[in-house]
Design a protein around this ligand. Structure first.
Ligand SMILES: [Zn+2]
Length: 439
């Protein structure tokens, strides 16, 4: 009798399970985006020659998620320095046309590897390319645009019933590079997508520059985040590991300078993710909500005279930036501000992912997480556009590379105006409200 009841209960549970629509469907995809020929590599002004082969492939990977009402989200991660707006806008427009996705439903993120190709026009003041080298870079950007569209489309084409879980670990190799005692964020957030009882996708993040390799390294690679993805995909066969860069603009890995260190950091990160996956994770629920907007960030006032002076500089980077700025003055449109993308995605009441553009310093993530302390929040940087560093007011006042001099290499006119953090903070607060995140 007891046996019969068990069988009946099991049958009823089976019926109920088959009738209920799964809470989510998820799809994954990947595309090898390793440049086929030697190409100028990005991230270090001190480089003297183009790439010479690869340690492992560079990937664009897609994760598509759909809730039971049909609301979809696509996250595209890349082993690249940073995706400029001209590329992400073009890909988003094509995705909107083909798949009826709004801009808010698409997230692009770059791992910020410094052993990847130059992605035009990101950081263009950093390079002085010959016409042939320039053509290789332009061809790569053109091909990349098609590749990113393809990888997002393929993930959307792979949607199958799935469960989503979230957990968080830590890894300690990221150091504040401005001040050894400065703030850090060692958390390793993980979203696991489970299908048929096995991990189908592992999306994980960390707040640290992807700069274990240095200017002298000429082999293309994803640096430590590339190695971490390789480790995870070996450990969880069939799973796609996707890395999302958080607010690590003022953080460097320690130690640096050797491929074996990049492997070690990758292992440490993968082990942290593995611990999260084998531990207690929180189930994420529908509905999915997302919002995306651009806020204008103003630069400190500048004048034409200032750039006429700077154009005479013996520093070729400064002189080049000055020429670009003078050209804008000539056109009657001096660069006074830059549009800044702010995005938020909420999974039920369980997790909010904030995706910010640019090289965001750790202060932003710490402030957002502190303020929304009743929420689970992950704050990504390097998302949707990387137009320059995004200093907090503290770092803007301190100056240095992240607050001031990096603007030269990004071809921006100078430091941000003093209200940069306020403007971003207001945009984040609006986005959080729109997706229903609680303070
Ligand atoms: Zn950087």
């Amino acid at each position: 009798m007891a046996g019969l009841i068990v069988v009946l209960l099991a049958a009823m549970a089976g019926v109920a399970y088959a009738d209920a629509k799964p809470e989510f469907r998820a799809g994954v995809s990947r595309l090898d985006i390793t440049p086929e020929k030697p190409i100028w590599m990005s991230g270090y002004a001190a480089r003297t020659k183009p790439s010479d082969g690869a340690l492992h492939p560079l990937w664009a990977k897609g994760l598509a998620i759909e809730d039971r009402k049909g609301y979809r989200l696509v996250i595209v991660t890349t082993d690249l320095i940073g995706l400029p707006r001209v590329i992400t806008d073009e890909v988003a427009a094509r995705l909107e046309k083909r798949h009826n996705l709004r801009r808010a439903q698409i997230v692009f993120n770059a791992s910020h590897t410094h052993t990847g190709p130059v992605v035009r026009p990101n950081l263009m003041t950093m390079y002085f390319l010959s016409p042939d080298e320039k053509q290789v870079v332009e061809e790569y950007a053109r091909k990349l645009t098609g590749d990113l569209f393809q990888v997002a489309s393929a993930a959307l084409g792979d949607l199958k019933p799935a469960e989503l879980r979230f957990g968080q670990g830590t890894a300690g190799f990221g150091n504040n590079r401005r001040n050894a005692k400065g703030p850090t964020d060692h958390s390793v957030p993980v979203i696991e997508v489970v299908a048929d009882g096995k991990p189908k996708a592992i999306l994980f993040g960390y707040s640290c520059h992807n700069t274990t390799h240095v200017a002298e390294d000429t082999k293309l690679s994803g640096d430590y985040t590339g190695f971490a993805q390789i480790e995870l995909e070996a450990k969880y066969p069939g799973a796609t590991a996707l890395f999302i860069t958080l607010c690590g603009a003022d953080q460097n890995p320690n130690p640096r300078g050797k491929t074996e260190y990049a492997q070690d950091h990758g292992k440490e990160l993968a082990e942290s993710v593995g611990k999260v996956l084998s531990g207690q994770m929180v189930t994420l629920h529908a509905p999915l909500k997302s919002t995306y907007s651009n806020v204008d960030l103003a630069f400190a006032l500048h004048t034409r005279d200032q750039f006429e002076e700077e154009a005479k500089s013996a520093d070729k980077f400064k002189a080049s930036r000055a020429r670009e700025m003078l050209a804008k003055y000539d056109e009657g449109r001096p660069v006074r501000s830059t549009p800044y993308p702010v995005q938020a995605i909420r999974f039920g009441k369980d997790l909010t992912l904030v995706a910010l553009g640019g090289e965001v310093v750790v202060d932003y993530a710490l402030r957002i997480k502190r303020h929304y302390d009743k929420e689970r929040v992950v704050v990504a940087g390097y998302s949707n556009d990387v137009m320059c560093y995004i200093p907090s007011l503290r770092i803007l006042k301190e100056g240095g590379y992240e607050g001031l001099t990096s603007m030269i290499y990004y071809g921006q006119p100078g430091p941000f105006a003093a209200d940069v953090e306020d403007r971003i903070w207001l945009a984040v607060a609006k986005a959080m409200k729109r997706v229903g995140a609680k303070q």
